[in-house]
Ligand binder design. Structure first.
Ligand SMILES: CC(C)(COP(=O)(O)OP(=O)(O)OC[C@H]1O[C@@H](n2cnc3c(N)ncnc32)[C@H](O)[C@@H]1OP(=O)(O)O)[C@@H](O)C(=O)NCCC(=O)NCCSC(=O)/C=C/c1ccc(O)cc1
Ligand SMILES: O=C(O)CCC(=O)C(=O)O
Ligand SMILES: [Fe+2]
Length: 362
């Protein structure tokens, strides 16, 4: 049901956290109230806001767009490994994931968010029948001083049967199809990246540690009354091995250039997927491949969605620099950590840029 006018007029006195978090309206519900000003809970400290006055947007740098038509082309392998070392981010086109699968999962994301607050709230942390399915808002509201202008549905994949019984029916098949059709591409990318580290083949145990678990998030960034005061997602790096990100045509994702520290926009490219290195691969590669800080700005005129697949080690895996990488006597930068401990550490605090990986530093 649409929020009543009395609710709109009493927005100043509205208990924002109750409305957004407990009642399941999310920031989407807040956006649809038509607020003219941003609730104070969302006002980010100046250093976290996007500085439109700086020349960052004029920056001519951009992350590579790599054509994957020929997986066996050595130039393609070089472009992938170079991008993973320098940027930690690249976009791929002609990647083999059918375009209709990408369109379908974007449509399904809109359909999920079009459900009533009551329906979506059945999947909230408090009500969800499983912690493998979670609808939420911001990142970790309990730990954040300022909230992020974003809602999400996070789905941890265990099996088709579990997904069939637990995942929301409006988006379940489309999310599964996107994950399944990306699998070949992910495996090929990991093969290329491993070759670049002198790891000749991905045997069963390597495959498990690189891609033993998967999580898909359906992100929704509603139109914001004063986008310059808040943020869609704060500065962070992913804790995955690799992330496959599908974004729509709105834009707003920025990546830190590791050489200049400037923020570089990742422009929407029709039919492309954004690939980024996560902390687990940075650790396994002993820092050769970079898990790079990124963030998403809030938008004053459009709703935006994105659908990342996080390809991860299994929670029960112990990760550390691979023997093939540090066998030559190079300085070992990271210790071995239980992957689920690492992920819990990430989720228990607000986004804090590149600080998460300190958990694994020697
Ligand atoms: C630690 C996990 C995630 C949960 O294990 P659990 O046994 O079910 O443990 P808990 O239910 O006690 O959850 C641990 C904490 O993580 C929180 N959490 C549990 N899933 C979630 C959840 N999807 N969302 C945000 N908190 C959660 C959860 O609320 C809880 O916080 P707290 O209550 O304060 O102890 C476990 O499934 C695990 O190790 N998974 C490994 C694979 C995995 O999910 N990897 C994460 C890839 S995600 C990634 O790279 C980036 C994600 C990201 C996401 C949002 C961003 O803005 C930016 C980035
Ligand atoms: O929405 C985006 O473009 C990026 C989202 C993101 O960084 C994440 O979910 O980890
Ligand atoms: Fe991310």
């Amino acid at each position: 049901m649409a929020p009543s006018m009395s609710l709109v007029h009493s927005a100043n006195t509205l208990n924002i956290l109750d409305f957004v978090v407990n009642k399941g309206h999310g920031v989407k519900g807040l956006s649809e109230l038509g607020l003219k000003t941003l609730p104070p809970q969302y006002i980010q400290p100046p250093q976290e806001r996007f500085d439109h006055t700086s020349n960052e947007e004029e920056n001519k740098d951009s992350i590579p767009v790599i054509d994957m038509s020929n997986w066996d082309d050595p130039n393609v392998a070089k472009a992938v490994c170079d991008a993973a070392c320098k940027w930690g981010f690249f976009q791929i086109v002609n990647h083999g994931v059918p375009i209709h699968v990408l369109e379908d999962v974007k449509d399904a994301t809109h359909k999920f968010y079009a459900l009533s607050a009551e329906e979506k709230n059945k999947y909230s942390k408090e009500r969800s029948v499983s912690n493998h399915v979670r609808f939420g808002t911001s990142f970790t509201p309990e730990a954040e001083e300022a909230l992020e202008w974003k809602d999400y549905l996070s789905l941890f994949f265990v099996s088709d049967d579990e997904a069939a019984s637990l995942w929301p029916p409006v988006c379940r098949n489309q999310a599964l199809e996107y994950m399944k059709s990306s699998e070949f591409m992910v495996k090929k990318l990991l093969e290329i990246l491993m070759k670049g580290l002198n790891v000749k083949e991905i045997d069963e145990s390597k495959e498990a540690i690189l891609m033993g678990s998967k999580r898909i998030n359906l992100n929704y960034y509603p139109t914001c009354p004063t986008p310059e005061l808040t943020i869609g997602v704060g500065r962070h790096s992913d804790v995955s091995t690799l992330t496959v990100l599908l974004q729509d045509d709105i834009g707003g994702l920025y990546v830190r250039n590791t050489e200049t520290s400037k923020w570089v926009h990742v422009p929407p490219v029709s039919g492309s997927l954004v690939i980024n290195v996560g902390d687990a691969l940075q650790i396994m590669s002993n820092g050769k491949y970079k898990s790079v800080e990124h963030r998403v700005i809030a938008n004053g005129t459009n709703n935006r969605i994105s659908v990342p697949i996080f390809v991860n080690p299994k929670p029960s895996d112990v990760i550390g620099p691979l023997p093939e990488v540090v066998g030559n006597g190079e300085k070992v930068l990271y210790k071995h950590v239980l992957y689920s401990d690492y992920v819990k550490h990430f989720f228990r605090k607000a986004h804090d840029g590149k600080a998460t990986v300190e958990f694994a530093m020697i």
